[in-house]
Design a binder for this molecule. Structure first.
Ligand code: PMP
Length: 396
């Protein structure tokens, strides 16, 4: 392809994205404390953040990071395997293992890198991976990269998964891969049934607790803890970028499994380790999460209030789920974009999610709450949403 042909190809693909109303522009945003942000000069209530426990701006995390920055500088300088693993990495891995109640834990540069790397290291051509259709892109990409046979199932009807598990015979591993809390729906994986199936068919169950770490379960370990199955899940992955308020992915498990991951997972071997200051902040965050349980209680109270209110609206669909992710399904991508723009004018930043991130016909506003949002913020949001729905959507 010549250089002009390449430019033409880029232009033509961009046109297709625009024609389908799926073009995404890049905006510069400034996070503020208290569930707020500034976007294009306007201060907004931020209903699109995964900082569920309002820790990203916490002064204690900032102080921990600042002290580690002064001590160790900014970058880690090399991959963890070569020479990038500082005492802050060791401390965080030890603390994560204690928090998760496992023998050991291992860090990754991001949750995406953890999912991509772990699935593609665990599975290979002779294996079969069973992947929920709503799994995060990083898990789906990991399944594809592994070269394993891929079987897609739905967590709201596990009959297909069981039938597919029955069909697989022979030597290869069977690996069931699922988010615990689905990021675009807020729906919960049926982890008890998945553990039962995994045990019945001797499959490895791997779960991504990205949206559950820190907020679900009696001590905030995640949905597996909430449902009493943490000890039955073979591979538990989490991220530090959401409720923990920092950055990085991790896996918690037996010492042998963690040693194996250290030696085999390419996204950890070939990528620079997390900045030490981020690890110091995450250590502080884990302490706060355990000491200040009220943050989770407030978060769930706010979410319950907003979900109940939204479910009374007749012109939108609110899937039944629980927790701080609340999708408002509007179906049409243009209407979704219009309403998101009007809400922004009214002072609220809300994620507008369209295909390919979600299936065709399910474009939505995705609300994610933090414990910093006040009751008054939510009441004002509901009023602005009602005004915008009245302009854009007919009652069903
Ligand atoms: N898993 C899920 C379910 C997610 O929603 C995300 C982030 N959007 C990730 C993994 C990736 O995590 P990170 O942002 O830490 O790379």
């Amino acid at each position: 392809m010549s250089s002009p042909e390449f430019s033409e190809w880029i232009e033509s693909d961009l046109r297709q994205i625009r024609d389908a109303a799926l073009f995404r522009s890049r905006r510069t945003f400034r996070p503020l404390p208290g569930g707020r942000c500034v976007l294009d000069g306007q201060t907004l209530i931020n209903l699109s953040s995964n900082d569920y426990l309002d820790l990203a701006h916490d002064q204690r995390l900032i102080s921990a990071a600042t002290a580690a920055l002064a001590e160790m500088g900014v970058g880690a300088r090399a991959s963890a395997l070569v020479s990038g693993r500082t005492e802050w990495h060791t401390k965080l891995e030890t603390q994560l293992a204690q928090f998760e109640g496992t023998e050991a834990a291992i860090l990754f540069p991001s949750g995406y890198a953890a999912n991509l790397g772990v699935v593609s290291a665990l599975a290979s051509e002779q294996d079969t991976v069973f992947c929920d259709r709503l799994n995060h892109a990083s898990l789906i990409d990991g399944c594809r990269l592994s070269g394993a046979r891929l079987r897609v199932f739905r967590h709201d009807s596990l009959g297909k998964l069981k039938r597919e598990l029955e069909k697989v015979t022979g030597e290869g591993k069977k690996i069931i891969v699922t988010d615990s809390v689905f990021s675009m729906d807020g729906s919960l994986a049926p982890l008890v049934s998945l553990c039962d199936l995994a045990e019945e068919f001797q499959a490895i169950l791997m779960i991504d607790e990205a949206h559950a770490t820190g907020i679900w379960g009696a001590t905030g370990r995640g949905l597996a803890e909430e449902l009493g199955v943490a000890h039955r899940v073979m591979v538990r992955i989490g991220t530090l970028s959401k409720a923990v308020g920092t950055l990085g992915g991790f896996v918690a498990g037996s010492s042998a499994m963690i040693d194996w991951l250290w030696n085999r997972v390419r996204t950890q071997i070939y990528s620079t380790a997390l900045p030490p200051a981020i690890c110091a902040a995450a250590c502080q965050s884990l302490e706060i999460i355990q000491a200040e349980q009220e943050r989770r209680c407030i978060l769930f109270e706010r979410a319950e209030f907003l979900r109940n209110e939204l479910q009374q609206r007749t012109n939108v669909t609110i899937p039944s789920s629980a927790g701080p992710i609340i999708p408002i399904i509007l179906q049409d991508p243009d209407i979704t974009m219009n309403i998101a723009a009007e809400l922004q004018e009214a002072g609220f930043l809300v994620g507008a999610i369209r295909p390919p991130t979600v299936p065709e016909g399910t474009s939505r506003l995705r609300i994610s709450l933090t414990c910093a949002h006040q009751q008054d913020d939510l009441e004002r949001f509901l009023k602005a949403l009602d005004r915008s729905l009245a302009r854009n959507v007919e009652s069903r």
